[in-house]
Write a protein that binds this ligand. Structure first.
Ligand SMILES: Cc1ncc(COP(=O)(O)O)c(C=O)c1O
Length: 477
């Protein structure tokens, strides 16, 4: 393994070759050797099965950041050596991300805080009168930024073909003028992959543009902006094994250049002058800097670029193959456990990434997730996953039925006894995994589900501040 392009500017001694694991091994990540307490006594290596929320840090990313740390300096605003190094690293990180996403030559790569930030930025850049089209199945990050615009929220389709047909029909009926479609690449609830290429073709057929929410797709699957023919892509570093709070919006420059800066301040402005009448004249940058006011997050951007390189070098063929094996193992095992229902919009044949949600007869999902953690050291997520309309479709809830985004809902209230078995609640358990997941985590998870369903929990639980926690145990306050 050669030293990465970006660290070449650091003038550090060449890093030793890094092991990326063999074809059948997971990529090295931090955290797989952390011990978690068990409520029944002892400790166990923590099994992080919540990659869809925030993925563990790739060892490779951590090493790159450690090599850069002594060179850390201001970006675009310093004459000194470390400022020069940091500025170069930041801009090279942009180029690395552009390559990772297969950007077209004139595409812009804007560093943001995460997917939510990226989509809000784009929402602010829409030309006057833009009509927006989304499906009700979206994560709130791609559902809500368009509020205040003329937004059409399409019903949940039950097949990929229905999705394309519904979009086609809605766009056909729309009046002339700018239009934007926002669609997720892979659902953060079901893990199902959406027909992005076909949706993009439908959008373009009707003169609309399309932004791909790749928060859950990019960590698991190659995303090629030109090949998918989408206009923009948004994703989050922290879901792509890269901590420190950077995200990306990449794509067509014209709407971004035509918009007021997302944030006003230094870095976004090329020239500022006081006019004779006391007003300010501002000339804004026309490149990505226009929307990156303030001191750039160079560590975050470099972490994203390092993760992109690590995934490219490992090869998505291999990552996808391994993840499919883990997914098949989980789905097959869960199908054998009575009372477990894996949630799906598109049905059993749908292609998925390593994300799945399920409900268990007789269990509140928050209770089930708490038992997985306390009794098996397995970290999953429970709740409505910031996709309330989709959960209502999948669980058959009424549009006005309350639910909670991560926590207990229903009559048991905010604090008190554990939810009654079978108490009606609009929540589910989500397990998600990826490039750093060892087989053992998946094996432990399927064993835990089987045992909990067959034998029940071995500890008692109560609700505290809306979350289920073990009763009376010092390690679980
Ligand atoms: C599909 C999808 N889109 C957008 C987001 C928002 O990402 P972030 O919280 O990193 O802004 C998430 C987060 O879970 C997601 O799963």
């Amino acid at each position: 393994m050669s030293v990465s392009v970006d660290t070449a500017v650091l003038r550090t001694p060449a890093s030793p070759p890094r092991r990326h694991g063999t074809a059948d091994e997971p990529l090295p990540v931090l955290g797989n050797d952390v011990l978690a307490p068990l409520v029944t006594g002892g400790e166990v290596y923590y099994a992080a099965l919540d990659y869809a929320a925030s993925a563990p840090v790739l060892r490779r990313v951590w090493d790159d950041l450690a090599a850069y740390a002594p060179y850390y300096g201001s970006v675009h605003r310093g004459a000194g050596h470390l400022s020069q190094v940091s500025t170069r690293l930041y801009e090279e990180s942009r180029a690395t991300v552009a390559r990772f996403l297969g950007c077209r030559p004139d595409d812009e790569v804007v560093f943001t805080r995460a997917t939510t930030d990226s989509l809000n930025l784009l929402a602010r850049a829409l030309p006057e009168g833009t009509r927006v089209f989304v499906f009700e199945t979206e994560h709130h990050a791609s559902l809500l930024p368009w509020r205040g615009r003329h937004t059409t929220c399409l019903r949940a389709p039950r097949t990929p073909e229905q999705a394309v047909a519904a979009l086609d029909e809605a766009l056909h009926a729309a009046p002339a003028g700018p239009k934007l479609v926002c669609v997720t690449g892979a659902s953060n609830v079901t893990g199902e992959i959406w027909p992005v290429r076909e949706l993009a073709a439908a959008a373009h057929r009707h003169g609309a543009r399309i932004v791909l929410d790749a928060a859950q797709l990019a960590p698991h699957h190659p995303v090629d902006i030109a090949e998918l023919d989408v206009d923009w892509v948004a994703f989050s570093g922290h879901k792509l094994y890269a901590p420190f709070g950077a995200g990306v919006l990449a794509g067509r420059p014209d709407w971004l250049r035509g918009a007021e800066p997302y944030l006003s301040g230094g870095g976004a402005s090329r020239r500022v002058a006081r006019r004779a009448d006391g007003a300010l004249d501002v000339e804004w940058h026309t490149n990505a800097a226009r929307h990156e006011a303030g001191s750039p997050n160079v560590i975050g951007a470099y972490a994203v670029a390092s993760a992109c390189r690590a995934l490219e070098e490992a090869g998505f063929d291999r990552l996808v193959r391994r993840e499919r094996q883990l997914l098949a193992r989980v789905l097959e095992a869960l199908a054998d456990v009575p009372g477990v229902r894996v949630l799906s919009l598109f049905g059993e044949e749908a292609e998925r990434v390593g994300v799945l949600s399920f409900v268990v007869d007789g269990w509140n999902s928050s209770h089930f997730a708490a038992a997985l953690s306390a009794e098996y050291g397995i970290g999953v997520r429970d709740g409505m996953f910031c996709a309330h309309p989709l959960l209502r479709v999948l669980l058959g809830g009424a549009a006005d039925e309350p639910g909670e985004c991560g926590g207990v809902s229903g009559p048991s209230g905010a604090s008190g006894a554990a939810p009654e078995p079978g108490e009606r609640s609009l929540n589910a358990v989500r397990a998600s995994f990826g490039a750093g997941t060892p087989d053992e985590h998946v094996e432990r998870f399927v064993r835990a589900v089987r045992e909990l369903v067959t034998d029940g929990a071995r500890w008692s639980y109560r609700v505290e501040d809306g979350r289920c926690v073990p009763t009376d145990h010092p390690a679980f306050p």
